[in-house]
Design a protein around this ligand. Structure first.
Ligand code: FE2
Length: 293
């Protein structure tokens, strides 16, 4: 059996067949998937009944894993999963849906804003691999937007204007926009803003993309309201239906995306229903811009 990829989104997103992710991937498989990521930016794999260990093993084919620290308000003793797994579920340690006023739940609602994973880290993420353990509740879709196509569709004047802009990203900006404003001193330190270029160039294909994220709250050298309205306008442009793929989860799907080339968001659903989704994150290899100076 060999890997085949069929495009299922408007300008990106491939559906992969011919691979069982519970088995060790061959170098040919890994190369085919990397090439698929470079081309489609999002890959969907169906019917992959993975354990956490199998998901971590598969993910490590693409680089070192990010640890799920500095990215949430969940206390270590309340964690449900290994530190190499980001818990994107709505479940507590007893695998029960979090209470409505649970702080961890309220913080995680920020994942329903358009974002790129770990853009709040100085070295932001390369790939994310999100796997559903079992079926998904109705409406709990994940949407993806193609930031290369969105960049290409900008007029030349805008491209020239934003080419060298540097934004500051922090979880406090994305959560703050939803009214989540109370942080401990330790959290403020952990969520300190980092700098990211607004326009990125893909290291393999050379394609440019918009590096947007709800975590972006300022642009260096620009008054804050002016920066925020520009970021809002760009995000609105970049998430028009012509650039968006809506993933409706099936039981045991794994979806893998390139955070350097796409935005994504979760959608609202009845979260009194359990949703068990677990993410491994492949770290990037360098900052997009120097962090000071
Ligand atoms: Fe995310």
């Amino acid at each position: 059996m060999s890997i085949a990829i069929r495009q299922i989104g408007p300008c990106f997103v491939g559906e992969v067949s011919g691979i069982d992710l519970t088995k060790p991937a061959t170098p040919e498989d890994v190369a085919a998937i990397e090439a698929g990521m470079d081309r489609y930016a999002v890959l969907v794999f169906h019917e992959q009944k993975l354990t956490d260990d199998e998901q971590m093993t598969f993910s490590r084919n693409f680089g070192a894993l990010e640890q799920a620290v500095g990215s949430n308000v969940t206390k270590l003793e309340d964690r449900r999963l290994d530190l190499n797994m980001a818990d994107v579920s709505n479940l507590d340690k007893q695998h029960q849906p979090l209470a409505r006023d649970n702080r961890q739940r309220l913080f995680n609602i920020g994942n329903m804003l358009w974002h790129s994973d770990s853009s709040f880290r100085a070295v932001p993420a390369k790939y994310s691999l999100l796997a559903a353990r079992g079926p998904a509740p109705k409406g709990a879709d994940t949407e993806f937007a193609d930031m290369r196509a969105a960049y290409d569709a900008l007029d030349q004047e805008t491209k020239d204007e934003i080419e060298d802009y540097v934004c500051e990203h922090s979880l406090m900006y994305s959560r703050g926009s939803l009214g989540f404003l109370d942080y401990t001193e330790e959290e403020k330190e952990m969520f300190k803003p980092v700098r990211q270029r607004l326009v990125r160039t893909h290291p393999v294909t050379g394609r440019k993309s918009l590096y947007l994220s709800s975590h972006a709250g300022t642009i260096l050298g620009m008054p804050v309201p002016e920066a925020r309205i520009l970021l809002r306008d760009l995000t609105e442009h970049a998430t028009q239906p012509r650039f968006v793929y809506v993933h409706k989860w099936r039981a045991d799907d794994l979806v893998m995306w390139d955070n350097r080339q796409t935005l994504h968001r979760g959608r609202r659903f009845d979260d009194t229903q359990p949703r068990d989704v677990r993410r491994t994150t492949v770290a990037g290899d360098a900052p997009t811009v120097a962090q000071s100076g």
